[in-house]
Write a protein that binds this ligand. Structure first.
Ligand code: ADP
Length: 387
């Protein structure tokens, strides 16, 4: 095999040039320069690939390098065969070059569409610039939003402090107005005309109404302030307590409060959850027509980490367009004469539920009744009671 490869029974290529130095050296020097140039290209490619690990089609670079080295070697053989007729080796190298060039071309052609679809560095730079501008715009918007939230938070705090202080400080002068009016009525008994009596009762009623407004406002401003950590609260107990507070109203209207199975325990503040039940059941009893005997049904169902409660009544109902508005503070759908109230009850419920991490909403069929839904966080180890 080696003998075959090194077979030299041929004429050296120099003979074809008649050993004329001008032709011979033109070929030799040109071949040498071309070979040198060819060999330098793979070195540059290897250096480039070692510096840029992210370049695409790295494997094709290897094929390129092999192809170029072989091309260079065919030129070296062009020099060798001027003096040494190693045409077999020369042919073998040419064949190898042909093979590698076919493989390179075959690999390269399908890569053309992929390469064409790739973004050019200029395009990437432009996209990058746009992206940077967008990031900057968003950062500015975010900073503005943070400042606005901070401002809102502060003014909300100030408002709450104001409401709390004002309602607290208003309590005692108001108590004085109500008490002294009562005393005046007693001490002037017999000397007052019926008109005077009427005016006196306006003062008393106004004073009492203001007292309940202040009490409700104070309650709302206290949610979330200096309270104990949430603890498991039995909603059955909260409901019982609420019913006890509403005993007079329940008895007066002959209301029935039905509970669909045992109510679960939730995480929270017992006083607030009792207040929540009291407001919802109190409203359910209050907002019924005179001919209707209030029937209230309380139920609960587990939904992942929450308990979903429903307080359903057979009252007058709420028109669809007011279903959200009723949770806004001071928003009332009736006059004081129709149904007395402060317009704070449901907004207090909303604040309590949201403070517990839940949500509250209402559904209603006018003339048939309403359903108040709210969610509260379950005690983690709680399993749903058997229904
Ligand atoms: P208040 O009862 O003191 O007016 P609320 O905030 O508790 O204040 O309720 C706001 C309004 O929502 C009430 O004025 C009433 O019109 C309506 N509302 C509340 N609960 C019910 C209910 N169960 N059925 C019908 N209307 C209701």
């Amino acid at each position: 095999m080696l003998q075959w490869l090194l077979e030299q029974d041929f004429m050296p290529h120099g003979h074809c040039y008649f050993w004329r130095p001008d032709i011979l050296w033109t070929h030799v020097i040109s071949d040498a320069v071309v070979a040198l140039a060819y060999y330098s290209i793979p070195i540059t490619l290897v250096y480039f690939a070692s510096k840029r690990k992210d370049i695409p089609f790295r494997e094709v670079l290897g094929l390129f390098a092999a192809f170029i080295i072989l091309c260079g070697t065919t030129h070296i053989m062009g020099i060798v065969t001027v003096w040494k007729p190693l045409y077999v080796i020369d042919g073998m190298i040419k064949a190898a070059t042909a093979l590698v060039s076919i493989v390179t071309a075959a690999v390269l052609i399908p890569l053309v569409p992929v390469a064409l679809s790739m973004r050019s560095p200029a395009e990437l730079e432009a996209a990058n610039l746009l992206l940077r501008e967008e990031v900057e715009r968003r950062r500015t918007a975010e900073r503005r939003l943070e400042a606005a939230v901070e401002n809102l938070y502060r003014s909300n705090e100030e408002l709450e402090q104001f409401a709390s202080a004002a309602s607290h400080d208003l309590q005692s002068p108001l108590r004085a107005v109500v008490n002294f009016t009562q005393m005046l009525r007693e001490s002037c008994a017999g000397r007052l005309t019926s008109e005077d009596q009427e005016f006196m009762s306006y003062i008393e009623d106004g004073g009492k109404r203001m007292q309940s407004l202040i009490t409700d406002l104070l309650q709302i401003s206290r949610i979330g302030k200096q309270e104990a950590a949430p603890e498991p609260v039995s909603m059955d107990k909260a409901l019982e307590q609420a019913k006890r507070q509403l005993q007079a109203n329940i008895a007066e209207k002959g209301a029935v409060v039905e509970v669909a199975g045992p109510l679960p325990e939730v995480m929270g503040n017992v006083a607030q959850l009792t207040q929540l039940m009291q407001n919802l059941i109190g409203n359910a009893i209050k907002y019924t027509s005179a001919e209707t005997r209030p029937h209230i049904r309380v139920s609960a169902a587990r939904e992942e980490n929450l308990w979903h409660f429903v307080v359903a009544d057979n009252g007058i109902g709420i028109p669809e367009k007011h279903l959200r508005a009723v949770f806004v503070i001071f928003r009332r759908l009736h006059t004081e004469d129709e149904f007395p109230g402060t317009g704070i009850g449901l907004s207090l419920c909303k604040k309590i539920v949201e403070h517990h991490g839940g949500s509250i909403w209402a559904e209603s069929d006018v003339g048939q009744g309403s359903r108040f839904h709210f969610t509260l966080p379950a005690v983690q180890s709680t399993t749903p009671p058997d229904r």
